[in-house]
Write a protein that binds this ligand. Structure first.
Ligand SMILES: [Fe+2]
Length: 593
């Protein structure tokens, strides 16, 4: 049976398609509409998925939405009532879209589907999951474990912000939860906002800033902002936060606590911002480690822990959980944010609701997170020919000649746009929609940040390293296929790869496996042969503020609009200096941050 999961109307809309529990397709709407974190109904992603799998609407047995609109509405309404009349302004601002779009979601979803040629009775096959059940399901069902504890942490869904489930065979059971407004996701977002970054997408920048600072304020945070119990459960002091009643995350008292008003995005980043970033990161780590330890002591029979929810994208915390060795096994859903909710919703319906049998195996079920659509050589050739681009064609994309030429360019310190196969699901590019470069040159980080990504120069890059070499270079005993854990580089290699080594000697690495991405593995192996370095810089194929490229058109446009030197799309190799000058474009201004 075909089940479609949908996540939409908040941020990061997506769809996932499963068949008899097997994950067949998953993609975010932003990739198609080219609007970062697009929250609209994921019509284009759904069209792409149905087209890719050649499924007709009448073959779809169930549509499952990732959360329950009425419960979410109840939470919002109750929050406003509790704080009345303080929250009146945001109440007025929030209500119209809630009433129109969120409260009557079943009808809206049905209407959209009918416009897409689904039959009218589709409304009887639309179901609703819980927000945190969707996260939990996205973590447990694709994991390689038959039995695991599941920890979900995010901003907020309906009421819960943190939940713990037990996952056994095909059943998920909630055993603990913490409710709004007490939320690790919102706490971290409050600091993201205070430090001048965008809430819901700038959390990464805050994490990247942390190693530049000292955790001078962590005691103050624990004294004033959050009360942490011995089991890791927590209670926020709401007098410092404004997200229940206002349209901002923090208030004047928060500013006073740190002796400085919040940073506006255009203002410079100062040492205090770095120190604050380091402080909140440390507090977050402490809380999550406490939660994990308490879970292990309460449920010693569980040897595996799985994570999802936006907070699980904090790869520094994930790295710490692993280093502490609290659980023997750890698995994290690569699309841990709300995009992954569509996948969890579909899986929760199939396993938890319909009680179908589930057998985990040693590999996870994510197919390397390469779950989006791909493009054929013919489609790429037609596009390149039509626009008059200059290209070289290598009949087999795994051809040694192509890989050789690309490696030659990488060794020559060139930046390469690398577009292969199926698009990644989740926020990370894992070698199919990536920008690649040598990690060796000292100025590579700056070059990539400023000339190609058009973003802040401090932003770190991640290495994609051959899985079999990872332990040799980094303090890591397991794999990190989804770039979701940081590890420290071993002492003897500390100066070898400056472009991917953070100021605290860590890296957010991706271990590349032959089985899930053969061509990427072969490319890195080739680079290894030539340079003695078994890794490449791997950053997402986009510029600041733009979603990761989806199509050959997007990739070519990014190639021509930045200082990328080389573009590879399947079997096609393009050099920038061979392109006709009229194809050059500067599209930096058209992208909103
Ligand atoms: Fe969430």
């Amino acid at each position: 049976m075909y089940i479609i999961g949908i996540s939409a109307f908040y941020h990061d809309s997506s769809i996932s398609i499963i068949k008899d529990g097997e994950i067949l397709f998953a993609a975010q709407e932003e990739r198609y509409t080219r609007i970062k974190n697009d929250s609209s109904f994921p019509e284009l992603a759904l069209q792409a998925g149905l087209g890719y799998l050649k499924i007709l609407p009448h073959q779809v047995d169930a549509i499952v939405f990732y959360e329950k609109p009425f419960l979410k509405f109840e939470r919002i309404l109750e929050t406003y009532l509790n704080y009345a009349p303080r929250g009146f302004l945001s109440f007025l601002k929030s209500m119209p879209p809630w009433i129109k779009e969120k409260l009557f979601q079943k009808k809206i979803i049905a209407k959209k589907l009918i416009q897409m040629k689904f039959s009218k009775d589709i409304i009887n096959r639309i179901y609703f999951s819980d927000h945190h059940l969707s996260h939990a399901a996205s973590a447990f069902y694709p994991s390689p474990f038959q039995k695991a504890l599941v920890l979900t942490m995010d901003g907020v869904g309906e009421w819960p912000t943190t939940t713990v489930y037990t996952g056994v065979d095909s059943e998920l059971k909630k055993i603990k939860e913490i409710h709004f407004p007490h939320s690790l996701g919102l706490l971290y977002s409050a600091f993201t906002y205070y430090c001048g970054f965008k809430v819901n997408s700038g959390e990464y920048k805050l994490m990247g800033l942390a190693p530049f600072g000292q955790p001078k304020y962590s005691d103050l945070i624990k004294k004033e902002l959050i009360d942490i119990k011995s089991d890791g459960s927590f209670h926020l002091n709401m007098k410092y936060f404004d997200y229940c009643t206002g349209l901002k995350m923090t208030n004047k008292q928060f500013d006073n606590l740190f002796g400085k008003s919040f940073r506006r995005p255009t203002e410079p980043i100062l040492q205090i911002h770095m120190d604050i970033a380091a402080s909140i990161q440390l507090v977050l780590e402490e809380i999550i480690i406490k939660i994990c330890k308490s879970l292990k002591s309460d449920y010693p029979e569980y040897t595996a822990l799985v994570l999802a929810g936006g907070v699980a994208l904090n790869c520094v915390v994930n790295g710490k959980i692993e280093q502490e060795k609290i659980f023997e096994h750890l698995w994290i859903q690569p699309a841990s944010g709300d995009a992954g909710g569509s996948l969890g919703a579909a899986l929760a319906f199939y396993y938890n609701e319909l009680k179908n049998n589930r057998v985990a195996n040693s590999d996870d079920q994510m197919n390397g997170s390469y779950l989006g659509n791909d493009y054929s050589n013919l489609e790429i050739k037609n596009f390149l020919t039509e626009i008059g681009a200059s290209f070289h064609f290598f009949p087999n994309e795994k051809s040694a000649e192509l890989l050789n030429l690309v490696c030659h360019e990488l060794c020559d310190e060139k930046a390469v746009g690398w577009f292969q196969g199926r698009m990644e699901f989740g926020p990370r590019a894992l070698g199919n929609r990536s920008i690649l470069a040598s990690p060796v040159p000292r100025d590579m980080q700056k070059k990539l940040n400023i000339k190609i990504k058009f973003r802040e120069s401090f932003r770190p890059f991640a290495p994609a390293i051959l899985e079999e070499e990872a332990w040799h270079w980094y303090n890591i005993k397991t794999t990190s296929s989804y770039m979701l854990k940081t590890a420290t580089i071993n002492k003897n290699y500390q100066n070898h790869v400056p472009a991917v080594t953070h100021v605290d000697q860590t890296a957010r690495l991706q271990t590349v496996n032959k089985k899930t991405n053969l061509i990427f593995h072969r490319l890195i192996s080739e680079f290894y042969k030539k340079s003695q370095i078994p890794m490449l810089v791997n950053t997402s194929f986009n510029i600041r503020g733009e979603p990761i490229v989806e199509s050959p058109q997007d990739a070519f446009r990014c190639f021509m609009g930045t200082h990328l030197d080389v573009l590879v799309m399947n079997s096609f190799l393009l050099y920038k200096d061979e392109q006709p000058s009229h194809l050059k474009s500067d599209y930096r201004e058209s992208i909103e941050d």
